[in-house]
Design a protein around this ligand. Structure first.
Ligand SMILES: NC(=O)c1ccc[n+]([C@@H]2O[C@H](COP(=O)([O-])OP(=O)(O)OC[C@H]3O[C@@H](n4cnc5c(N)ncnc54)[C@H](O)[C@@H]3O)[C@@H](O)[C@H]2O)c1
Length: 338
């Protein structure tokens, strides 16, 4: 049985991915390593107890001895690396945690993988030729777009926040381990995800939670910052398609072709809540929308050209924004006990 080290599997995307992957591929053993920061929660992994091929180990990807032990003890064949500090606002307040986990942590994983899988550069150990390192990254590495255009795989990197700069740096390290040492790598750069299990601090959970609590729904600046939204399970399917491909050393952009302003997102959620959980006083939730001081260095627009993964691997999103949002709201209704 091949062993996959999943990092950050207690977080939003990692936990959705683990449940998706366990169901689909019983022949892999998944070793989930997560330090359970404020963003990680084992509650996100309810259901994994049914799987004998799943193991959770609490630990930090920056801890060299710990990661070496994991590689040796579990004979790791593949890495799918989700663990990161992921919230832009936090990276503005406390950038050092982002440098530590996103850059040094990724380096530690890459170098341990290299030492564990290779004799010397470009000479894999016997029976380790199949090993793969898949790095999960973001479209934010490309910076900000004007009113037109899309990020493609050849768009130059121009990260603007400490978060995106740390992710861009980690992408560069992954690239270098392919080119210098011959590691079989993939990088996937995905747009904004939404769906069940996303941490409360992120935009869509904040809108839902504050709306239902009768609080102000905070929207940065003029609310016209645009993101390209993708339902988390579609991201999981895209990772699956890339991971099982043979395009080593390549990167793939993943997006939902679903551009929305933050204000449109808030308005749409409020209007769904108006019909599914109407307020006793008959007022619309939209009256709670409150514009707050803009985030420092706030990127204006992200939009992804995902034609490469569509053409080369036949992936495309299965959810549209309406169906994805319905599933998301259903999950948060349960969480917030509506
Ligand atoms: N959420 C998005 O919209 C989005 C979009 C594109 C790419 N990504 C990328 O996908 C990955 C996962 O994002 P997410 O939204 O699930 O993040 P998340 O913040 O929900 O989860 C991150 C997980 O990593 C763990 N972690 C953090 N530091 C760690 C460390 N030093 N050692 C071990 N574990 C650690 C946390 O405990 C948490 O469980 C990240 O690499 C992120 O950059 C996210």
């Amino acid at each position: 049985m091949r062993s996959i080290l999943i990092t950050g599997g207690g977080g939003f995307i990692g936990s959705n991915f683990i449940l998706y992957f366990l169901q689909k591929y019983p022949h892999y053993r998944l070793i989930n390593v997560d330090s359970l920061t404020y963003a990680g929660d084992l509650e996100n992994l309810q259901g994994v107890e049914h799987y004998e091929n799943y193991i959770f180990i609490k630990g930090d990807i920056c801890d060299k001895d710990f990661i070496e032990n994991i590689f040796t003890h579990y004979a790791i064949d593949f890495v799918i690396h989700f663990a990161a500090q992921s919230h832009v606002d936090n990276s503005i307040k406390n950038p050092s945690a982002f440098i530590e986990t996103n850059i040094n942590g990724t380096f530690n994983l890459l170098h341990t993988a290299y030492l564990s899988w290779f004799e010397t550069p470009n000479k894999p150990k016997k029976d380790k030729e199949h090993c793969i390192f898949h790095h999960i990254s973001t479209d934010e590495v490309f910076g900000s777009l004007g009113e037109s255009g899309y990020f493609s795989e050849s768009t130059p990197y121009a990260p603007n926040s400490p978060y995106s700069a740390s992710k861009a740096s980690s992408d560069m390290l992954v690239r270098s381990y392919h080119h210098t040492y011959g590691l079989k790598t993939f990088i996937t750069n995905c747009s904004n995800n939404y769906g069940p299990k996303q941490h409360d601090e992120k935009l869509i959970p904040t809108i839902i939670r504050n709306a239902l609590a009768g609080k102000g729904i905070p929207i940065y600046g003029d609310g016209h910052n645009i993101r390209d939204w993708l339902f988390v399970e579609d991201h999981c399917r895209a990772i699956d398609a890339v991971f099982h491909s043979c395009y080593f050393g390549e990167s793939f952009n993943i997006g939902g072709n679903c551009e929305r302003t933050n204000l449109e997102i808030a308005t749409q959620i409020c209007s769904i809540l108006d019909s599914t959980a109407p307020k006793a006083n008959g007022e619309s939730y939209q009256n709670q929308i409150t514009f707050v001081q803009d985030r420092a260095g706030h990127d204006r627009r992200y939009a992804i050209d995902s034609s490469k993964i569509q053409k080369m691997l036949g992936w495309k999103p299965e959810e549209n924004f309406e169906s994805g949002l319905e599933k998301t709201l259903k999950w948060y209704f349960q969480k917030y006990k509506v």
